[in-house]
Design a binder for this molecule. Structure first.
Ligand SMILES: [Zn+2]
Length: 315
């Protein structure tokens, strides 16, 4: 019993004494955040940009605080759950395509880990030839620039024209909630270096990006939000931006929206349509904001839908 205060003191400083007497550190970081999935001879790599605590109790709409807390508690999560920011790399053997670029310098230490995790995964950022953005929001597009220079030097950045028209025009400021107006300055900061380098190329979804990869409109969260659909090797993978923010809430209740949505009603309609389709088709999902690696399937549940994460594979 005499040693207890010492042990407590050591624990509070993050150090413990090992059995052989050497101090053990409790400060190590996680394993690098990447995870691979095969699609025939194509390879998908989920790459983590970080995790950020999101105050869902202040942000979700069309639900009572009690209902929300209950849904989160059923998933063993607090109402301000630590939420993943995931990006994905598609390697076709001929091309290396990054889907979303993380937050870069815009989220402090919570985000901006994409580059170190890409390198840990053996992916050279200079080898990426295309960056596909699901939409222009800080946690998806912030990582295309660093200190005013494009990060993926050899890549063309592609995004739906409707998001460029919306977020790079401050005249639209009064069309979003006051709390979301910072997005205009962030969009300018993220995309201007890419535009000035002549590396931005827009499209109008639905549009084929390249054989096997299509951009599908998913408007509501932002006007030019898209889903990228990858069809290869007998599998279909849907790469989601902000279709889902809090899956324990929005899968059973797709009508729950978030203050980040430019048009909540349209975002709900899109979510309902997308969920019904992927559950029916059995498509794979790669989601920006479902716990890393964010790969899994959506299945029908007694009420709405549920998330079934991919089984871990060491192969
Ligand atoms: Zn997002």
């Amino acid at each position: 019993m005499k040693r207890y205060p010492l042990l407590l003191a050591l624990l509070t400083t993050g150090m413990m004494q090992s059995a052989v007497g050497a101090p053990l550190s409790t400060q190590q970081s996680q394993a690098p955040g990447y995870y691979r999935m095969a699609m025939g001879d194509w390879q998908i790599t989920a790459v983590s940009d970080g995790t950020v605590a999101v105050p869902f109790d202040k942000l979700l709409t069309h639900i009572t605080p009690q209902q929300m807390q209950q849904r989160m508690a059923q998933a063993n999560l607090p109402v301000n759950a630590e939420t993943s920011i995931n990006a994905f790399v598609i390697n076709t053997g001929m091309q290396l395509i990054l889907v979303d670029a993380g937050a870069g310098q815009l989220f402090g230490k919570a985000g901006g880990h994409l580059l170190e995790n890409l390198r840990a995964a053996g992916i050279d950022p200079d080898a990426i030839d295309t960056v596909l953005l699901t939409h222009i929001h800080a946690d998806h597009s912030g990582g295309v620039q660093r200190d005013g220079k494009p990060v993926f030097r050899n890549a063309t950045v592609r995004v739906d024209q409707r998001d460029v028209d919306f977020w790079l025009n401050v005249a639209n400021k009064n069309r979003v909630e006051e709390g979301q107006r910072h997005t205009f300055a962030e969009s300018e900061r993220s995309l201007r270096p890419v535009i000035e380098a002549g590396k931005l190329s827009t499209f109008q979804a639905p549009e084929q990006i390249l054989p096997g990869i299509d951009a599908i409109p998913a408007p509501g969260h932002t006007p030019g939000s898209v889903i990228y659909r990858v069809n290869h090797g007998g599998k279909t993978l849907m790469l989601w931006g902000d279709i889902i923010h809090a899956h324990p809430v929005q899968l059973p209740q797709p009508e729950v929206a978030i203050h980040f949505d430019v048009n909540q009603q349209q975002a709900v309609a899109t979510r309902e349509k997308v969920l019904a389709q992927v559950a029916r088709e059995g498509d794979w999902i790669a989601a920006a904001h479902i716990a890393f690696p964010g790969i899994g399937k959506v299945m029908k549940a007694d009420q709405g839908y549920r998330w079934v994460p991919i089984n871990y594979s060491a192969q």
